[in-house]
Design a protein around this ligand. Sequence first.
Ligand SMILES: Nc1ncnc2c1ncn2[C@@H]1O[C@H](COP(=O)(O)OP(=O)(O)OP(=O)(O)O)[C@@H](O)[C@H]1O
Ligand SMILES: [Mg+2]
Length: 286
Amino acid sequence: MALIALASAKGAPGVTTTSLLLGALWPRPVVVAECDPSGGDVATRMPGADGGALDPQTGLLSLAAAGRRSLYPELVDAHTQQVVGGLEVLLGPPFPEQAGGLQTAWPQLGPLLARLPQHDVVADLGRVGALTPQNALLASADAVVLVVDTAPSSVVHLRHRLRPVSDAVGGAYGAPLHVAVVAPPKRTQTVREIRDALTATDVALAGVHHLAYDERGAHLFQGQTVARPDKLALVRSAGPLVSELAAAVAHGSPQPGPSAADVAPAPAPPGATAGPDHGSWTGAHR
Ligand SMILES: Nc1ncnc2c1ncn2[C@@H]1O[C@H](COP(=O)(O)OP(=O)(O)OP(=O)(O)O)[C@@H](O)[C@H]1O
Ligand SMILES: [Mg+2]
């Protein structure tokens, strides 16, 4: 199915959090793949679906080892794990030192993850720089979301990275580039200014979206339980982005997607509490 790649240009604006959020709200079966060679965070942040710890040795590295001779889609299932709430995750290498084990796998991972027969993949690429090896995945992406915070230096770094990322996805006819600006809900003017700064380059952007800076919402992806997740500013703010992306990558052509209202209450973000008053968070959707 489709590969949606998330990345930042610099700093830690929330790529991992946003990847898990998109995965939790995604309207089709999905795997979140931690393709960040600087070391994964999900295993240390999130409990498994049974409340126990995730196995940090099962993930991208074990997949690459198992597929040393031939990496094919049917292998992937055995290396994913469910986090609390039911989301399927392919854990990244725990530490940068271990990411060397992926050296020969990076070029194969994009084509593999972009064409899983039953799942879309949301890939957390971490920071993409001039020489980072996970850049190889961009060539296979069906859509890219660049995450940025409101610091002027972050916006400047992202502006510089737009051209290389656009070239990596195949230029104007390649995958659409979206930007998610993580900003407090009321800072709409700041987001408008960032949109203006980013759209004033020669790289066409498919959308610049405002994602709420919301500490309670982010706690969901730190393994904490939060009541009424559907009411959280972070969850609500992601609805339009999820709808737009899911529609754009469905079978490679734009299709009507779910509305923001439809999207938010569907699958459960990790840590969502469900009960008589807690809406219809239903958990795994594999
Ligand atoms: N929308 C948000 N609102 C509030 N806090 C957030 C949001 N997104 C992320 N955070 C917080 O910011 C910190 C960094 O988030 P995260 O790990 O997702 O960033 P990252 O870009 O993946 O960083 P890194 O480059 O280190 O992998 C975490 O403490 C996270 O809880
Ligand atoms: Mg991260």
